[in-house]
Design a protein around this ligand. Sequence first.
Ligand code: TRP
Length: 338
Amino acid sequence: MLHKKGQSLGGLMNKQTIFSGIQPSGKLHIGNYLGALSNFVALQNSGSYNCFFCLVDYHSISEDYLPQEKKAMTLDLLANFLAAGLDPKKSSILLQSQMPEHTELAWIFNCITPVGELERMTQYKDKSQKQVKNINMGLFDYPVLMAADILAYKATLVPVGVDQKQHLELTNVIARKFNNRFGQFFEEVKPLWTNFPKVMDLKRPDKKMSKSEPNGCIFLDDSPEEIAKKLKQAVTATESGAKSAGEENLMLLLSHFGKADEISHFTQDQTTGKLKYSELKATLAKDISQYFTEFREKKEGFLAKPEYLAEVLGQGAAHARKVASQTLLEVKQKIGLL
Ligand code: TRP
C-alpha cells in the first residue's frame, strides 16, 4: 500500500483541491521543469492542498503521434514526476486513460457546451494549422475533456501556464452552465499561474524553449556533456552591444540554478560590462548538470522498475476513483439519468 492511513491523502475534507495535467508527448525540458513540475512539487510539499497530478494521455492522442512510442512516453513522464519529487504518498498521480470518469463527464459536458465556445479556442486553431491533415474531433473537444479532468475532482485551483487561460475560462463557462441548468454543484476554478518567467530557446532567444528545437533546448535527462555543448552554442551577442535576449535568458537560468556568489559575480560583471559569455556558459553547464544529477539517477532507477510505476498509477487511480465516481454519480442524478 502506498497510501497509508493518517497521511495527507486521508485529510481530503478541509483542504482546497489542486488538479493539473501534463501530456505524455515527448521529453520534458528545463522550461517545463521550472514552469510546471517544480511548482507541482512545491504545492504538494506545502501540505496545504489535496493534489491530483494527471498524465493526460487521452489529450495527447488528439495530436499526431506514433502508437509504438506512446506507452514509453507515458512511463517517461511518470518517471519525471517521481524523480522531481512528486510523491504518491502525498499526491494522487493518475493516468487519464485509466479514469473512464473523465471521458464520461466530458460527454455530459459536451451536451451543454456551445460549439461556438470551442470554435473560439486559439489553441485549437493553432494546432489545426500544424496538422492540417488531422483536424479531428478530439482536437476540437480537447478543452471539454480538460474541464472534465478538473471538475471530476471539484478542484478549485489549477496550476498551469498562461497558454491555458482560455481553456480554464471555458471550464468556468461549463461549470456555470451546468449549475444554471441543473442546480448549483461546481465551484469556480482559479488558475495558479506559474510565476517563473518563460525560458527561451538557447539558439533563438526570441522563441520559447521547445522540444521541437532540440539544439536550443536542455532536456531534463541530457547528459552533462550535452548540456555543456548546447550552452556553448547558445546565442548571446547583439550588434549594438546592448543586453541581448540570449544573455538575459542565461542570466535567468543562473538565477535559478546558480550559487549565490556566482549570481552576484555575473550580475556585477554584467553591470560593469565585463561579462564573459564563455565563463557564464561554463558555470551554467556545471550548475545545471549538478542540479539534475540526482534527478537523472532517480529517474533511471524508476524506469528500471516498471512494476513499481504500474503500482503508482494503480494506487493513484484507485484513490482518484473514490472522488471522481462520487462526482459522476451526483452529476448523473442531477441531469436526470438516475
Ligand atoms: N491542456 C493542458 C496543457 O496542455 C494539459 C491538461 C489537460 C490540463 N487536462 C488538464 C492542465 C487539467 C490542467 C488541468 O498544458
